[in-house]
Design a protein around this ligand. Structure first.
Ligand code: ADP
Ligand code: ADP
Length: 237
């Protein structure tokens, strides 16, 4: 469902972020991308929803090229891809509910959502998404009153409210302690299994990757140096 054909990324300063990547990710996989800082994990992940434009090659989502898409087509493809960041990217002074509802904005053509007016069905979807990360009771708390782990789970609920086919998580646990790391990874795994949402997670800990992934991809200096099952992944991946 996600295919990279000869994908390279060269940043304007000449740094090579990705070198001739060929890769197919199938529906329902939970892929963890591992590698040292600077290996290209973030570049690879962000090129899937075109937060980063690639320099060469083509990326297809369900047989549609996101590389050449624009306008309404690009927006439609992006609507199917939920994104989770290391730093949560919540609107801190808004409620949890408002943050989760923001995942619905792209689904409406009217301006009403810009002013925070969402239909009743969206509120139901948002509550359902919060239930999947066990935070229904926090729906009307302010986002910045939650712990880091809870905020990250709100950002997972926001991604879910989009009803995505794909979830991308760029170092989602890098700023969390070991206990909350586990809660966030458990939520992502459960959602992957229950909803069959194709999930791609960047991590720099191979141990976590081995525990949660169905497939591990190792990157080094912009190249794939490992692609296999957790059982095949040794410590020097
Ligand atoms: P990772 O996520 O594995 O830490 P990145 O994808 O962020 O790796 O970076 C891959 C390489 O591209 C690194 O050498 C990094 O310094 C470089 N890079 C990333 N973003 C930029 C940018 N905006 N401009 C120039 N170089 C960049
Ligand atoms: P995040 O916490 O969101 O993953 P990063 O710290 O990885 O953010 O990167 C922040 C921004 O800096 C990104 O837009 C990334 O592309 C850019 N960046 C990363 N490495 C470099 C680099 N070597 N030179 C220039 N920009 C970079």
């Amino acid at each position: 469902m996600i295919t990279f054909n000869n994908v390279s990324k060269v940043y304007p300063n000449g740094t090579k972020g990705l070198k001739n990547i060929n890769l197919t990710i199938h529906e329902g996989e939970l892929v963890v991308i591992v590698g040292l800082s600077g290996a290209g994990k973030s570049t690879l992940l962000r090129s899937i929803n075109r937060l980063i434009d690639i320099s060469e090659g083509d990326i297809q989502i369900n047989s549609q090229s996101i590389t050449s898409a624009s306008g309404a087509k690009l927006r439609r493809i992006r609507r199917g891809i939920g994104m989770i960041f290391q730093s949560f990217n919540l609107v801190k002074r808004s409620t949890v509910m408002r943050n989760v509802l923001s995942g619905r904005v792209g689904h409406h053509s009217t301006l009403r959502t810009v002013f925070g007016m969402f239909p009743k069905e969206d509120h139901e979807l948002a509550l359902d998404a919060l239930a999947r990360v066990n935070l229904q009771e926090k729906a009307y708390s302010r986002a910045d009153q939650l712990s880091g782990g809870q905020q990250q789970r709100v950002s997972i609920a926001r991604a879910l409210a989009q009803q995505p086919q794909i979830i991308l998580a760029d170092e989602p646990v890098a700023s969390l302690d070991p206990l909350t790391t586990r809660q966030v990874m458990d939520d992502l795994q459960r959602i992957n299994q229950e909803l069959q949402i194709t999930t791609i997670i960047n991590l720099h800990f191979i141990d976590l990757a081995r525990e949660y992934a169905t497939r591990i991809i190792g990157l080094r200096a912009g190249e794939i140096v490992f692609d296999g099952t957790p059982a095949e992944a040794t410590d020097d991946v």
